[in-house]
Design a protein around this ligand. Structure first.
Ligand SMILES: [Fe+2]
Ligand SMILES: [Fe+2]
Length: 231
């Protein structure tokens, strides 16, 4: 298992795994990075190097998990990163999927049933994803931020009261892919369909990683803070 280190050049990370590009963007990093190392960039952008490495390594390796450093990460830094990820989904990925699906449907002359099923399923999925993310943005993250900034606990809640299953969001995306792979008729533009499926697959991978950060990093840190404050 390859683990990126602080002395690695950032360009090396991108050559090894270009899927990290949107992850870097969430930290405000854009290209033109010359020979700067991870540590140089983090110092420049005032990002905690440990947190940055934990995020890129979690993304790069599914088995990697920063158990030891876990509790040293700032919940504010984590929620900031998670919010940037939500923005990326709604400002970039979802509009791209909308557009590709509309083009895919337009490219088909006869397969009204199969692609219509995909369309209905996709719209339903989008609604559920929206609700899930709204819940985090409006309830979960403000709860965590308030806990960290004001050291106050609300007797009515703990982080567990806000916890929502991620399995639903993950599984539905897989069902959607299956629907396309198995049940549409071969009456469509294959390049558009491939783009749609590839974008869905990348989204699925990104979402899984995102959920892992929420469940395995943000959640235990928040529970630890609650415990310290006497919950
Ligand atoms: Fe989220
Ligand atoms: Fe989530």
């Amino acid at each position: 298992m390859e683990i990126f280190k602080k002395n690695d050049k950032l360009s090396y990370l991108i050559h090894r795994n270009y899927h990290l590009l949107p992850v870097l963007n969430r930290f405000g990093i854009k290209l033109g990075i010359k020979n700067k190392t991870v540590e140089d960039i983090c110092r420049e952008r005032k990002i905690s190097t440990g947190f940055f490495l934990a995020i890129v390594n979690t993304y790069h390796n599914e088995e990697y998990f920063p158990r030891e450093e876990l509790l040293s990460f700032s919940p504010l830094e984590i929620t900031h990163y998670l919010r940037k990820t939500h923005q990326y989904y709604f400002q970039h990925i979802v509009p791209k999927l909308d557009d590709l699906l509309a083009k895919l449907i337009a490219s088909s002359h006869h397969d009204f049933k199969g692609l219509q099923m995909v369309d209905v399923f996709y719209k339903k999925y989008k609604k559920e994803l929206n609700q899930h993310i709204d819940h985090e943005e409006e309830r979960v993250f403000p709860y965590v931020i308030n806990l960290v900034k004001n050291h106050k606990i609300d007797p009515k809640y703990t982080i567990r009261s806000f916890e929502q299953e991620h399995s639903n969001v993950d599984e539905k995306l897989n069902d959607l892919k299956n629907l396309i792979i198995k049940y549409i008729s071969p009456d469509y533009d294959e390049n558009i369909c491939n783009d749609f499926l590839i974008t869905l697959s990348l989204f699925e991978k990104d979402l899984e990683d995102h959920a892992r950060i929420e469940d395995k990093i943000l959640m235990p840190i928040t529970i630890e803070i609650e415990n310290k404050l006497g919950r």
